[in-house]
Write a new protein. Structure first.
Lengths: 210, 210
DNA sequence: GCTCTTATGTAACATCCGGTACAATAATAA
DNA sequence: TTATTATTGTACCGGATGTTACATAAGAGC
């Protein structure tokens, strides 16, 4: 077994608590005093475990991804690309207003430091956002090869579109938008989704019949 | 004439310079030293003119709106709601990557402080964003009354949709997206725009013929 | 038991933060 | 000229910041 005095805090727990602070106050607005108080530990413990403030922040980002992993897996396992888009945007609309974890509304990856005196922070956030966009893009690339997306559709642009919409929803949520409002916006966003001409013709014919 | 020693700086000029600092580093990341150096004035001049850091920031926001006013007026004077949407999103896609003013890519109202140790800052930003959304909503309300939008369309939701999309584009721009990428995303976003059933039927019939 | 290793709590460190006191300066008003 | 008023540059303030030194505590290995 590992020698030395054991830690008397749970890494996941203190990361969750630090997360709410970074989320609410941003990277620079979260002081070490804020963080240690919320985490229930003293500075030396924090520095021993995470190196420094930036190290803690990066650990929090990893933890954030872990907590969102389930949602992304569900989204990516949807049967067709439009379902992926729907599950993704509806999922975002839902968790963006979910404050049950004592976090503010919105998304940590958008709120905690788009601009910063230390450029590494916006960069780290952008990388984490880009990773999700990449997952969507790769899914849509496969869909296009499988004929589930029109040849004219560009997977990268579609992924960017969903990513942009999701970030936009998060900005709205942070400013106080309700779940219903976000769902209504997501609904419009989904109307833009490209479908096969065959399916489109069928759909519009159906609509015209009414 | 006004008595006392005259100022030897131009308010607009120093606000523009302060703007680039807040834009690049965020509200909390921008130190007084950064600001005074960029503005070319000393702290007492800054405090005499703007009260304090928050006062300066609010003045910068007003200045930002002034500089964007022309774009918004052009957007709102478009002949029909879909043109409004198109001009708006294409305009955002354009200025979000425009760094000719030494500002970073993106939008000051999104980047400079979504989360902050002082809640007044995110609130002020949200108000400025909401003002533009309100202008769009009121325009769409008139359009709906004028029969330029389907009865089923909700002006508030449409305005929120455009606002969310615009903010999402800004987040993408801040992370390094190109103008072409943003335009492609905006193009998809516009495909979602609601049209009259009559026009929709005509359009889809035309498409089916090809 | 003792040693080694790692974590802990207290208390402090240098540095930077936003903000200001003060005297000098430059204009107007009398 | 003199008085008045507002702005300027210098130099500094108390307090908060991120970070660490240090002595102590608590487990494992012998």
């Amino acid at each position: 077994m590992r020698t030395g005095r054991p830690r008397n805090f749970c890494t996941e727990t203190v990361l969750d608590r630090a997360m709410t602070v970074f989320w609410r106050k941003g990277y620079e607005g979260a002081s070490l005093a804020d963080l240690t108080e919320a985490m229930g530990i003293n500075p030396p413990s924090l520095y021993a475990a995470f190196g420094n403030k930036e190290g803690l922040f990066r650990a929090v980002l990893e933890r954030y991804d872990d907590r969102r992993k389930g949602l992304m897996e569900r989204v990516l396992s949807a049967p067709d690309p439009k379902s992926v888009a729907r599950l993704f945007l509806e999922g975002v609309a839902e968790f963006a207003v979910d404050t049950s974890g004592r976090n503010p509304p919105g998304c940590l990856l958008v709120q905690s430091g788009l601009s910063c005196s230390d450029d590494d922070i916006p960069e780290a956030l952008a990388q984490h956002r880009a990773e999700k966009e990449r997952a969507l893009r790769e899914r849509f690339e496969r869909d296009r090869k499988d004929g589930k997306l029109p040849r004219s559709a560009d997977p990268a642009t579609l992924a960017r579109y969903l990513s942009a919409m999701a970030n936009g929803l998060c900005v709205q949520a942070a400013a106080g938008a309700t779940a219903a409002e976000l769902r209504a916006v997501a609904e419009i966003a989904l109307a833009a989704w490209p479908v096969h001409e065959k399916a489109a013709a069928k759909k519009s014919a159906h609509e015209n019949a009414h």
